[in-house]
Design a protein around this ligand. Structure first.
Ligand code: ZN
Length: 222
């Protein structure tokens, strides 16, 4: 299969994956996006992801992984679970969806291979996150090796945000000239409110703290 200078981005329409989408557009001739639906309550993120991809001229594919929420009840998909708004001391917050990033990247690799694409991009970070084990670099490297063995291919999983805290993700968006798009069009909030969000869920807190830190230190390009 002919190898192309192309990348497939795991895309959700949030701050991180939108920044990654534009990072990929800068580094690859051709970029496509795959978005996963898994019964998340904030299903509006799928519409928002589609819209951002359309405006960026990026082909967009939606994959249904709703089995995930049946197997792993969590507060993102199950309304009867009260969402953690603080980091619990002794366990992961109930916004954690076990196996999510492993499945997303695995399905992304299957989709990519069929398109002759061997570069995958994901917006995970271990610098500023909610303690999810599948956001760690060691996990991504391990899965990359596993995917290569599983399909006898040479995938490369790119994680441009891995070492960036949230303020540095804002900085990257600004360097890519998409600060305003990321600020006003993306949906990061676990309660499904676009842009600056609800302000009190774990995702909003991280996003807001990063933005405030960045705006106090950085200089937004005009
Ligand atoms: Zn929120």
């Amino acid at each position: 299969m002919k190898r192309q200078n192309a990348a497939l981005v795991c895309f959700s329409g949030g701050q991180d994956s939108t920044t990654c989408l534009f990072w990929a557009k800068k580094h690859f001739e051709r970029v496509e996006a795959v978005c996963f639906t898994y019964g998340q309550k904030h299903s509006q993120e799928i519409e928002i992801a589609g819209q951002i991809a359309r405006e960026a001229n990026v082909p967009f594919q939606l994959l249904d992984l709703s089995l995930l929420s049946q197997l792993a009840p969590n507060s993102l998909t199950d309304s009867s679970v009260v969402m953690d708004e603080e980091m619990p001391e002794s366990h992961l917050p109930n916004t954690f969806v076990p196996g999510r990033n492993m499945l997303f990247l695995t399905f992304a690799a299957i989709v990519a291979r069929n398109k002759g694409i061997f570069h995958l991009v994901t917006g995970v970070s271990e610098a500023d996150y909610s303690g999810y084990p599948d956001c760690r670099d060691t996990f991504v490297r391990s899965l990359n090796a596993t995917l290569n063995l599983a399909m006898d291919e040479q995938f490369v999983i790119h994680t441009p945000l891995m070492d960036r805290d949230k303020s540095e993700v804002w900085q990257l968006a600004n360097e890519l000239d998409v600060f305003d798009i990321v600020r006003t069009q993306t949906l990061t909030c676990y309660n499904g409110i676009p842009a600056d969000g609800c302000g009190h869920c774990l995702a909003c807190k991280l996003r807001k703290e990063g933005l405030e830190k960045y705006l106090s230190e950085g200089e937004v390009k005009k």
